[in-house]
Ligand binder design. Structure first.
Ligand code: TA6
Length: 302
């Protein structure tokens, strides 16, 4: 557990940015920006909540999520890095990499003059992950909390050889009823259908949800919008540094096998992930950096 009183002294802003002990004894930082509320766990620099003022929560967190050291949290925005899904060659390596369960440190907290509350985190380099990732990289996560939410995952190659990185901001969005929402912005794109052996398919019209879905959309650079008639809102997802979008809902059978989903929990969520996955892995040259960025905003239902 980091020293919470030292964090509050150095980075806290009374009433606005507060470090405290959260569920499972994990250190959390709560942000009460005038335009939104946010909550993050320092483990994984894991966003747990973003609720713009006067709006319903945008981020879904499973009511059965487990909070424990070194365990992935179901919901929020897990940071998948430096690979997405299973490791490309090593089956024993952790799924989605190790950043989501690692300890992160706070680099800075500030309130920019043009609004919002900005926090920057850095993955603490640990000897123990060297066996999985022997490369010299620096990973930062920047978040600007306001009426919009800006997330940036910044990988710097500080070594002497190129590194290949797969990654995702694996956000779980809260929806009124996944059967009634539609996801627009992926029409006409091809995708890898992981539910059906990775076969390549073409998206016709908006994505709708009536069964398990686990897809990697390719050449996806346009905004995606979750249109939610039940909550009378459209969630816009505008990204940079990413050509792949992952869409996931485990549906009935798969979620029933997970101990961190409640019954019917899958109906209230959908993952729309800003990614570098499949053939969109990024190679970062020595001294260079890659920024994976996304902005979430809530628009009225039209
Ligand atoms: O992003 C979709 C996915 O890779 C699915 O295949 C899926 O099982 C999921 O992420 C959740 O992974 P996790 O390791 O958090 O259980």
């Amino acid at each position: 557990m980091p020293d919470l009183s030292a964090l509050n002294t150095r980075f806290g802003i009374p009433g606005r940015v507060i470090f405290s002990e959260g569920p499972g004894g994990l250190a959390t930082v709560e942000v009460n920006d005038p335009c939104a509320h946010a909550l993050l766990a320092l483990q994984g620099a894991h966003l747990l909540d973003w609720t713009p003022a006067g709006a319903e929560p945008v981020i879904w967190l499973s009511p059965a999520a487990k909070f424990a050291r070194g365990k992935a949290i179901r919901g929020g925005t897990p940071i998948c890095w430096p690979w997405f899904g299973p490791h490309p060659t090593e089956t024993t390596y952790p799924a989605h990499g190790f950043a989501r369960t690692a300890c992160w440190e706070v680099l800075s907290v500030e309130c920019p003059a043009d609004g919002g509350t900005r926090l920057e985190f850095r993955l603490i380099p640990e000897e123990s992950v060297h066996r999985w990732w022997p490369h010299a990289t620096r990973l930062e996560f920047h978040i600007l909390v306001g009426s919009e939410l800006q997330l940036t995952l910044l990988t710097k190659n500080i070594g002497t050889a190129p590194v290949a990185v797969g990654q995702a901001l694996h956000t779980y969005f809260a929806v009124s009823d996944v059967c009634k929402v539609r996801l627009v912005g992926l029409e006409g794109l091809s995708y890898l259908d992981k539910v059906h052996g990775g076969s390549v398919k073409l998206q016709h019209g908006p994505v709708t949800f009536h069964e398990e879905i686990d897809r990697i959309y390719r050449d996806s650079v346009q905004d995606c919008i979750i249109v939610d008639p039940g909550l009378k809102r459209r969630l816009r997802i505008a990204k940079t540094g990413s050509r792949s979008t992952v869409v996931w809902n485990p549906w009935i059978q798969k979620s029933a096998k997970m101990d961190d989903f409640v019954e019917s929990g899958y109906l209230g969520m959908v993952c729309v992930e800003t990614a570098n996955a499949a053939d969109d892995i990024v190679t970062i040259e020595p001294g260079a950096e890659h920024r994976l960025g996304v902005v979430y905003s809530v628009e009225p239902f039209a």
